[in-house]
Design a protein around this ligand. Structure first.
Ligand SMILES: Cc1cc2nc3c(=O)[nH]c(=O)nc-3n(C[C@H](O)[C@H](O)[C@H](O)COP(=O)(O)OP(=O)(O)OC[C@H]3O[C@@H](n4cnc5c(N)ncnc54)[C@H](O)[C@@H]3O)c2cc1C
Length: 246
């Protein structure tokens, strides 16, 4: 029996300047247990190619939206160092087959939270989007999202409660190809979270995206704001120089 669920690419949409929404449909995708915030692992390499094996056949993607009728949407960022995942998102066409693992993960909304704090970058907004859609309109939401440019903003529910900021464009300098380590300074996201006016007592924080930024915000919440560790859910998605985390 295959560990993969098999489907077909049914729709491709340029949903932000650098992100494609890719819809996969099929009978294997019906009635899956899914909680918003979960991810799948997608086969992005060719099983017959030794190069694919070396670079890693799988990449992990949050589920932007899911229907039990057998329809699952991913949003994949096209980043400057494009590895197998970003390259797959460039070359895939409607009608192509897709193989993925069932939904999994612990980055999900804690319903007993007094309020919800979201912090991360554009990749994190895919999971955050699904989680925010699942929250009732009365939920108390705070958030800080760092993006490369204004075109990187995914449409999110409760967006008026989130602070968005673009990272300085000139940080990478004239180097070509760009060193990804230069694109993100963890201090950016910490500064954004530090400036948020949060209630006096801890809520639940969901930190995702670039790994060093997640860790820096986690330390800020625990050390500077006195949050208990269990109130901070961290899921690093990527980090400069490392391939396919998870
Ligand atoms: C739980 C989880 C959920 C995720 N959800 C999403 C999602 O919804 N959408 C999404 O696009 N990605 C998501 N990711 C990240 C994704 O799995 C891949 O890491 C990412 O697509 C890069 O894969 P790649 O093959 O293109 O590059 P890789 O071969 O994995 O990496 C090559 C190099 O590219 C650079 N790099 C990687 N990612 C970025 C980036 N975002 N910005 C700038 N430079 C980068 C790094 O320097 C890295 O060493 C998620 C990861 C995890 C663990």
């Amino acid at each position: 029996m295959s560990v993969f669920l098999h489907g077909t690419v049914a729709e491709i949409e340029q949903i932000t300047a650098r992100m494609r929404r890719i819809r996969i449909t099929g009978a294997d995708l019906r009635d899956l247990p899914w909680t918003p915030g979960m991810h799948i692992r997608l086969r992005v390499g060719d099983l017959r190619s030794p190069r694919s094996w070396l670079r890693g056949l799988l990449r992990t993607y949050s589920i932007w939206d899911y229907s039990t009728t057998g329809r699952l949407d991913l949003c994949i960022l096209d980043h400057p160092s494009a590895g197998p995942g970003a390259q797959w998102s460039r070359r895939v066409r409607v009608g192509d087959p897709a193989a993925l693992t069932p939904p999994d993960g612990r980055l999900v909304v804690r319903e007993d939270a007094g309020y919800h704090l979201f912090a991360g970058d554009e990749t994190a907004t895919v999971a955050f989007g699904a989680m925010l859609r699942a929250l009732p309109p009365s939920a108390i939401v705070h958030g800080a999202i760092s993006v490369e440019g204004p075109g990187d903003r995914l449409p999110l529910d409760h967006a008026e409660r989130l602070t968005w900021r673009c990272r300085p464009a000139d940080r990478a300098g004239p180097a070509d190809p760009v060193d990804p380590a230069d694109l993100v300074d963890p201090a950016d996201l910490v500064d954004m979270v530090r400036s948020l006016e949060l209630p006096g007592t801890p809520g639940v924080a969901y930190l995702a995206g670039e790994a060093r930024s997640c860790q820096a915000v986690r330390l800020h919440l625990i050390r500077e704001r006195g949050w208990p560790r269990r109130a901070v859910v961290v899921k690093p998605f990527w980090t400069p120089g490392r391939r396919g985390m998870d």
